[in-house]
Design a protein around this ligand. Structure first.
Ligand code: AKB
Length: 313
């Protein structure tokens, strides 16, 4: 009998598209979406869904046993900006959910785990451009601290208990199906919506703040690729650097203005500026290229074309 896949946090920005992509490959009935709230129509109607809190070990164990789950994608997390407002809740959600899934792996109740890390693991003392895989890591945000700790636990569970956990350090993600929530890179999605609805946008970062970014199709493809890779090709068991493009708010504004010439942007940096200033502006992802063949496909121009095409009413 074909075993199933469970997505925790399936209604979020990545979870929604990941669930739909996995359902396409593995069949709708074998990909179980779960979250603490219901999601989009396409997600809810295309396959099984469970209300599930990823921090509740007993409930999670029950769903894993019921559906004969083989692989878990843990996409539930509190992102950087919200985590600064609720540090203990962020730590509890981000760490308890990870321990729950790692312990299911240790007890051989599941065989494979995907857990997302982030460029937030880096800090102000990290080399800012072409940031290497292994470098100084001193995150200054609650979210970054939880992601760096999580990476160390993934590596520990892999080496000590043989848990097959795989991870990517996602850059900021740009998508049109589901809005992001609570991140510092969210401006790069909001800006497209506002360009179309109001022809103006007030950006919470400065015009020249360059950050690593990726279009969602690339992010989903990378996630499926690392999960399909042969276990022994994956030399990094903390989390892989991953890159596609880097741009600043003024550069994304310019690329939108090529299509909507009267679009204007004003800049009113808030507390998220400090978070963005602590992150790299570009990432060296050569180990992902070497180990599992990663190569991005979407640059800023192509991303803008896709975003405006899909969001235009
Ligand atoms: C955030 O901005 O918090 C996230 C991230 C870079 O991990 N998008």
């Amino acid at each position: 009998m074909q075993k199933s896949i469970l997505i925790l946090g399936a209604c979020g920005q990545i979870g929604t598209e990941l669930t739909l992509a996995l359902r396409k490959t593995h069949g709708n009935d074998h990909v179980i979406a779960s979250d603490i709230r219901e999601g989009s129509e396409s997600l809810m109607e295309s396959g099984p869904f469970e209300i599930l809190d990823a921090t509740d070990y007993d409930a999670l164990e029950e769903v894993v046993a019921y559906y004969e789950i083989e692989a878990v994608y843990l996409m539930a997390a509190m992102l950087s900006a919200t985590a600064e407002k609720f540090p203990e809740r962020a730590w509890n959600l981000n760490m308890t959910s990870l321990f729950n899934v790692l312990n299911l792996g240790k007890e051989r109740k599941i065989q494979k785990i995907f857990w997302p890390s982030s460029i937030a693991v880096f800090g102000t003392n990290t080399p800012k451009t072409n940031t290497p895989q292994n470098t100084i890591m001193e995150p200054s945000t609650v979210y970054g601290i939880s992601k760096l700790s999580g990476e160390r636990w993934c590596s520990y569970y892999h080496h000590k208990f043989g848990v097959d956990v795989r991870s990517i350090r996602y850059p900021g993600l740009i998508s049109w199906k589901t809005m992001p929530g609570g991140g510092t890179t969210d401006y790069a999605v909001e800006i497209y919506h506002k360009a179309l609805s109001e022809k103006k946008y007030s950006c919470f970062l400065q015009p020249d703040t360059k950050l690593p970014m990726m279009f969602m199709d690339d992010a989903i493809r990378a996630t499926l690729m690392i999960m399909d890779a042969e276990a022994d090709t994956l030399k990094v068991r903390s989390s892989y650097n991953l890159a596609a493009m880097s741009f600043s708010p003024s550069q994304i504004a310019e690329s939108i203005q090529k299509e909507i010439p009267d679009f204007t942007v004003t800049y009113e940096p808030d507390f998220r500026q400090t978070i963005a200033d602590s992150w790299p502006s570009s990432i060296d992802d050569s180990e992902a290229h070497q180990d599992w063949g990663w190569k991005s496909e979407f640059d800023l121009e192509r991303t803008t074309t896709e975003m405006l095409k899909h969001l235009t009413p």
